[in-house]
Design a protein around this ligand. Structure first.
Ligand code: SAH
Length: 277
């Protein structure tokens, strides 16, 4: 679909891009094809798509996948999605709902699917929330292929030295890779920055045992609140721990008190959180 075809579609359905829903539509057919290729989806797969919008990615997914469930928040897209449903009666289902609220795990389980993959051009304003929801789900997807802002993609694949909170919450559960960069002009309206296709392959068996997830992230969040601060200070100030105790813990697990949070590895965070909690 080129920009003219998109504009015609908008006219036909009396639509216009809604910025509050993070609507940037992909108008580059090659990129759409690349996303589906990168996802590795086959007729054996069930797919969850978040934010189908005008259904350009949706149609390609319906061609390729065994089953597609698309969740769209904006009910203006109902007629378009309903039209797609007519073309793919057997293997397509859509819901007008907030993807952060909709219980897709139960849906897939009730339909008897043993696994599912996520493939989507997601709304960027909730990238972090979507990734956290998917990766910490009880019934997790086997892979997640999504577009993100290029900067976010770089953050996701970061190594210790630049390892932020979002990267940790992704890398605990899987291995993220940047598949390719996507120029801003591939979208309408064009976002301010370039994007990237990111694929996260989730670990088949959990790689890390982080114990109580809530406590683990509470400790991490407290430490990352003082991003540029040294770890011994954030532990004392944000978690209200005794200074002597903090220094002893850090020395026991061989973390320099002057380390910054982004310098620690996932293994070190797990060790630190285990001792503190
Ligand atoms: N997949 C389409 C549209 C991407 S734009 C394309 O590539 O062209 C992001 C889409 O996510 C929009 O359709 C927007 O309405 C939808 N969206 C925004 N917030 C959402 C939410 N909480 N749950 C589900 N969909 C959402």
């Amino acid at each position: 679909m080129d920009i003219q075809q998109l504009k015609n579609l908008f006219r036909k359905y009396n639509l216009k891009p809604n910025f509050t829903y993070g609507q940037n539509f992909l108008i580059d057919d090659f990129v759409l094809q690349d996303i589906v290729d990168a996802s590795g989806v086959t007729s054996a797969d069930a797919v969850l798509e978040i934010g189908p919008g005008i259904g350009n990615l949706t149609r390609l997914l319906c061609e390729r996948a065994g089953f597609v469930l698309s969740i769209e928040k904006d009910d203006k897209f109902f007629p378009i999605l309903h039209g797609i449903k007519k073309d793919y009666k057997k293997n397509f289902r859509f819901e007008i709902a907030d993807a952060l609220e909709y219980n897709f795990q139960s849906f897939f389980q009730e339909q008897g699917f043993k696994s599912y993959k996520v493939v989507a051009n997601i709304p960027y304003y909730i990238t972090g929330k979507i990734l956290q929801m998917l990766l910490s789900a009880k019934f997790k997807p086997t892979s997640v292929t999504v577009l993100t802002q290029k900067e976010v993609a770089r953050n996701l694949v970061a190594r210790p030295g630049d390892l932020g909170l979002l990267a940790i919450s992704v890398q605990l559960y899987g291995e993220p890779k940047i598949v390719q960069t996507v120029l801003a002009k591939s979208f309408y309206p064009a976002p301010k920055v370039d994007s990237a296709v990111v694929k996260i392959d989730l670990f088949k068996k959990p790689k890390y045992d982080i114990g109580d997830e809530k406590k683990f992230f509470k400790i991490l969040k407290a430490c990352f609140t003082g991003k540029r601060k040294q770890i011994h200070n954030t532990l004392v100030n944000n978690l209200k721990l005794e200074k002597d105790l903090v220094l002893k813990i850090l020395s026991d697990i061989k973390i320099a008190p002057s380390s910054r949070p982004q310098e620690l590895s996932i293994e070190q965070w797990i060790e630190l959180a285990r001792i503190i909690s």
